[in-house]
Structure formats: C-alpha cells, structure tokens
Write a protein that binds this ligand. Structure first.
Ligand code: URA
Length: 214
C-alpha cells in the first residue's frame, strides 16, 4: 500500500508536474507541491475536497487555505466544533482540527481546477491508503461529485448504487457513512447552488453520522 500522502514533488501525473514546475517559475515563494492532508489520521471524520486551488492551497500548502472554498469550509468547521482556534488564511495561524481530517481527491493543483479522469485515477491509491490508515473513521463528508465518486471507487463500491444528492447520507458496512455536499466553490456559492444554510445542513448530517444518528 502506498503512503497516505504522495511525495512532495510527486511525479505520477506529467501534466500536473509540468504545471507545478511552471508555477514554481512564476510564483517562487509559493508551496507548489502536492498538498498534504490537514488533521490527524485518528480522526473519526474525513472531509474530501476536489484538488488544491492555484492561489489557495497550492500557495499556502494546506487544503482549502487561501481558497474561496475555505472561506465557507473553515468557519463552518469552527462553528460545529470540528476545528478550534482562528482561521487566519495561513498555515501558521494555529488552527487545529478536532477529530476531523481534510484531504483532497487529487493532491496537486490542476490547471483550471479540473483534474482529468486519468489524474483522478492516478491519485486514488493515496486516498485508499489514507482511508485504510484511519482506524476510527466513521463519517466522510464529500464536497462535490468528483470527491463522491473518488470515495466510492476507493471503497470498491458501484456509483449507480449510491447516487449523489446534496445532504444525502450513504451508509456502508462497518459503521462507515458518506454524506454528500455540493462543493463550497465560489461558483456554487455565487450561483446559490449552495447556500451557507445548505452547507451547514450537510455538515451537521455528517457530524451526526459519526455516532450513527444521522
Ligand atoms: N481547495 C482545496 O484544497 N480543495 C478544494 O476542493 C478546493 C479548494
């Protein structure tokens, strides 16, 4: 089994490697490497996003940190007690996750926020290893359809058996569940596909699912 995180300068996706190298030239002070997950492997809840944003996680080196999506995700995690401290939009803000880990379906920034199906597949073994390395995991909150599909294939489950639906809690074997949310992207928030109330609703479901009360 590979490690739960790719190496910093992961060579597996040629297009993402080339993009990273170009970004190192343009933005030499940025992280510009695969972005490691945030939070303990002992957590009972895992949030799965899509991929680092160019000017956010790829710049700062922490999932969702500096990305528009983090402006909704981190305050929501704080509100529900899944994080403590202050979200200061930087890796050294002292923010701590509480019984929660955040990862991405694809660990390196893709051009235009769009990883190809081949890149999603190539990155999958890291999610497989990460989930396998979380012995207490009970609840997975997936942000968007790509994360939803990534978790299903990680668990070896058929997509047709678990259709995506915002706020839907899918129960699996072994006390594990997956709650779907629309991705908290700028586009979804600005078009009101996802409101703050809807996002809080899905997060609340995922938290209740930790204890099997969703
Ligand atoms: N930043 C991330 O790290 N992941 C996302 O899915 C979006 C922004």
């Amino acid at each position: 089994m590979p490690p739960a995180s790719p190496p910093k300068d992961c060579p597996l996706c040629p297009r993402l490697m080339a993009f990273r190298q170009a970004n190192r030239g343009t933005f030499p002070d940025w992280h510009n490497d695969s972005v490691p997950a945030f939070g303990s492997l002992d957590a009972r809840m895992l949030v799965v996003g899509l991929a680092p944003g160019l000017r956010g996680a790829n710049r700062t080196g922490r999932p969702f940190t500096g990305d528009y999506a983090g402006e909704l995700l981190y305050p929501s995690l704080l509100k529900f007690g899944r994080a403590k401290g202050t979200y200061g939009v930087r890796v050294d803000d002292g923010l701590e996750m509480v019984d929660t880990r955040i990862t991405n379906a694809v660990r390196c920034v893709p051009p235009e926020n769009k990883p190809t199906p081949a890149e999603q597949k190539t990155c999958r073994p890291f999610l497989v290893a990460e989930i396998a390395a979380m012995p207490r995991l009970r609840s997975i909150l997936v942000l968007g359809r790509i994360a939803h599909d990534a978790v299903l294939s990680t668990l070896g489950l058929r997509k047709a058996a678990y259709p995506f639906g915002h706020g839907v809690v899918h129960s699996f074997e072994g006390q594990l569940s997956m709650t779907d949310s629309y991705h908290c992207s700028r586009y979804n928030v600005n078009t009101r596909v996802l409101t703050e109330a809807m996002f809080h609703g899905a997060m609340n479901q995922a938290i209740n699912a930790i204890n099997g009360t969703a």
